[in-house]
Design a protein around this ligand. Structure first.
Ligand SMILES: [Cu+2]
Length: 763
């Protein structure tokens, strides 16, 4: 985004006020006039500088003794509450009601009180967990601080966006440019779970308080999770169309563990994993606050906010391309500290941030200023990823990888994405199950730091001014100050240890695919030469939206009711082009034509990474644009060979290209694109998955300028390789029923703005 901000600034200073980014002042002035005349709910907030906050003063909130048993039915109520996220000294200086904490939205499990994160649900493999969700987000204080952008295709409970056609601006009529103050829509997705689609938290399955308004895909708010997959770290979070970035930001997220008879969570577990107080959840999220200690989500009310103004206010008056905050929270507490014994700990790590990536490493802090990197260590051993355990532990931050394996030097040089692959490297929604051994470290303090640039990997660490708290990457501290209680006989990844898995991972990469798909990711930017006209892919404009396969969420060609050919309606308002057969195995090749990495999440299944390969994006893009057929869309005439935003792929989806791949795109695996370009020596090397991406995944980083190849099998995770075939359902439920599933970018600001597609399973 720095790139965009720089270009806006230079263009605005140098030329006319007609260019899109330069109109911000006009838009804001208009917004202020509306505020006076329509009693708008927008509230002006003064940002609090994260640098000014004390660090490492409060303990990490943990869930030991506060987890909820998933083998009994659970009542989950969404409600507003207050929590002291920042140090107590901040709230002590504030008047009522802010002295009581930051207003948040959270999940209250079984009446035990809402918290951020919510209480962890401990489910048991093979035993259904039944959850009844209710939405009590009425008369909240927080709504006025989280300005819904009605120009997005969003849940829209009152139908104002649909009635006023707000998604097809500019120009935008008055209701489209005003904040929304109606009932709050919400729905819960259990991320990474094998579930029937009616319980998947489809983005259109939202419901408002009292179920007064229901999304078109709503079936029930009593969900049954079969827990048929492997023991792993899942998380549950809001998934309502177009407001996920704000509902999750508000606090609607929690952990969900699937336990089995090996990963029992008890000290007696046969894998000997650290348990009890030595098994700790870590939900990492960046946030921004105002001077009342309240959440601050940028909506153009303050030009000085960290993220800059909305990039295209004449199309999206409040939406910003990515949210980054200058306060790092872990388990709903800013820069916390965990006191540990000199022994091994197991951490279940989730990146729950809107858009921030993390490349993390620990440093010995003793005697050093917190901004100085001490001696690295201890090592982090990763034992599992999104969907279960690895076959064997992987050592990260190994000194053998070089002293700067994670840190890079100087700041920002690790925009080379490969640097992260030997570190604890998490894009939004990815999980890591890790072991850290604090033995022999008595008295030491270790600081966990993040070295990922933002946006990743094109940005820099200086977006918020340097040095600052987040650009120094501070995350949390571990203090080895507790006495060792008893001998540590737990799982030692550095020595002989029990197997993590009862059986090796089923290798679905070995299955000959029934179907090959080639999909592209593209960012549509405003066209500086024609700011009110159609966007162009990766022009020097500002981000409008990013799309899977140049296709909008609803599956229609932009500005029309014409379905992208080859799509199937879910009968509830959206059409899918990805319609895999139950039981089939597919090769998905995703080519990222944008300038940034996108964590792509596929619902229903866990998949495996086959390989990654850089390719010649510029040459491909020129040929790909040349394949567009021309026509009139959204009021604009396009000549043949001109990019049509939101048209879908340039060619018919279902007609295989020369590689035999459906998707409607030119074959990006062609030799022409796999040599030269950015690749040294004239050939773009295929990279096998690094160890961290070798396990089960449901969310995968797709790097810019690269093809990411995935083996995706539409069966339960553990089905033997010879047991699946296209047309055979092996799930303990019918995956073809209900509203269907989705696949999307898990940068929340992206998925809220069209970077999501329906996914329907076919017979
Ligand atoms: Cu994205």
């Amino acid at each position: 985004m720095d790139r965009y901000r720089l270009s806006i600034l230079s263009v605005c200073l140098g030329t006319s006020m007609l260019l899109p980014g330069c109109r911000m002042e006009d838009a804001r002035a208009a917004g202020n006039r509306r505020t006076a005349s329509t009693a708008s709910v927008r509230v002006a907030q003064t940002p609090l500088d994260g640098n000014s906050l004390p660090k490492f003063v409060d303990p990490l909130p943990t869930f030991q003794g506060r987890r909820v048993d998933g083998t009994s039915p659970i009542q989950v109520n969404m409600e507003e509450f207050q929590q002291k996220v920042l140090p107590a000294s901040v709230y002590a200086a504030l008047p009522a009601p802010y002295d009581g904490g930051t207003y948040l939205w959270g999940y209250d499990l079984n009446g035990t009180g809402a918290s951020w994160p919510a209480r962890t649900i401990e489910a048991r493999k093979g035993t259904t967990t039944t959850v009844t969700y209710t939405n009590s987000l009425t008369n909240t204080r927080l709504q006025s601080l989280l300005t819904v952008d009605q120009s997005l295709h969003w849940a829209d409970p009152l139908g104002t966006t649909a009635r006023n056609n707000c998604v097809n601006g500019p120009p935008l009529a008055a209701p489209c440019t005003e904040p929304y103050a109606g009932p709050i829509p919400a729905v819960v997705h259990l991320h990474g779970a094998e579930v029937p689609s009616q319980y998947d938290g489809h983005p259109d399955a939202w419901f408002t308080p009292g179920d007064e308004h229901l999304g078109p895909s709503f079936v029930s708010n009593v969900y049954n999770y079969p827990n048929s997959q492997e023991a792993t770290t899942l998380w549950y979070h809001d998934h309502a169309l177009g407001v996920v970035r704000q509902n999750v930001f508000a606090g609607l997220a929690g952990f969900y563990f699937i336990r089995d008879n090996r990963d029992t969570g008890l000290a007696t577990n046969p894998i000997t994993l650290p348990a009890g107080p030595q098994e700790v959840e870590l939900l990492i999220q960046d946030r921004q606050f105002d001077k009342n200690g309240q959440l601050y989500f940028p909506d153009s009310d303050n030009a000085a906010n960290l993220n800059g103004p909305p990039s295209n206010p004449d199309m999206h008056p409040f939406w910003i391309p990515e949210f980054f905050g200058d306060v790092i929270t872990v388990n709903g507490k800013s820069w916390p500290t965990l006191e540990v014994e000199p022994r091994r700990y197991r951490f279940r790590v989730v990146n729950g941030s809107n858009a921030r990536f993390y490349i993390m490493q620990m440093f010995n802090q003793n005697g050093l200023d917190m901004h100085v990197n001490g001696e690295p260590g201890p090592a982090i051993w990763q034992i599992g990823s999104d969907g279960g355990f690895f076959d064997a532990p992987v050592k990260l931050d190994d000194p053998a990888n070089g002293p700067d394996a994670c840190a890079g030097s100087p700041w920002g040089s690790n925009s080379d994405v490969r640097a992260g692959e030997k570190c604890l490297f998490l894009a939004p929604a990815e999980r890591a199950d890790i072991i850290v051994d604090f033995a022999g470290q008595n008295g030491k303090t270790f600081t966990m730091k993040n070295f990922a640039v933002l946006p990743f990997p094109s940005g820099g660490p200086v977006g918020f001014g340097a040095p600052d708290a987040t650009s120094d990457g501070l995350v949390m501290q571990f203090k080895v100050v507790k006495p060792l209680r008893g001998k540590d006989g737990s799982f030692n990844p550095a020595a002989v240890h029990p197997a993590l898995r009862a059986a090796p991972m089923v290798n679905i990469k070995s299955i000959r695919p029934d179907l090959r798909r080639q999909l592209i990711l593209i960012e549509e930017e405003s066209n500086p030469a024609n700011p009110d006209g159609p966007g162009s892919p990766d022009a020097a404009g500002t981000p409008v939206e990013s799309l899977v396969n140049n296709t909008k969420w609803n599956g229609n060609r932009e500005g029309t009711t014409i379905r992208v050919p080859g799509s199937t309606s879910n009968g509830r308002g959206v059409s899918a082009t990805e319609t895999p057969r139950e039981g089939a195995t597919e090769l998905w090749e995703i080519a990222n034509l944008t300038g940034d990495a996108h964590p792509m999440h596929i619902h229903l299944v866990q998949f495996q990474v086959i390989s990654r390969q850089p390719f010649d994006v510029d040459t491909y893009l020129a040929d790909w644009i040349g394949a567009f057929p021309g026509g009139t869309f959204n009021g604009f005439n396009f000549a043949p060979g001109v990019f049509i935003p939101g048209f879908g792929p340039p060619m018919p989806y279902d007609v295989p290209n020369p590689a035999g791949a459906v998707g409607g795109n030119l074959n990006f695996d062609a030799n022409k694109y796999l040599k030269g370009g950015a690749c040294a020596g004239g050939a773009c090397p295929v990279r096998l998955p690094d160890p961290l991406d070798s396990g089960w995944k449901d969310t995968i980083k797709t790097f810019p300028g690269e093809i990411t190849r995935l083996a995706v099998r539409w069966t339960p995770q553990n089905l033997a390789v010879n047991q699946g075939r296209a047309g055979l359902n092996t799930f303990p439920f019918d995956p073809t029923s209900g509203p269907g599933y989705v696949e999307h970018c898990h940068i929340l600001d992206h998925e809220d703005n069209e970077f999501m597609r329906p996914l329907l399973i076919a017979k």
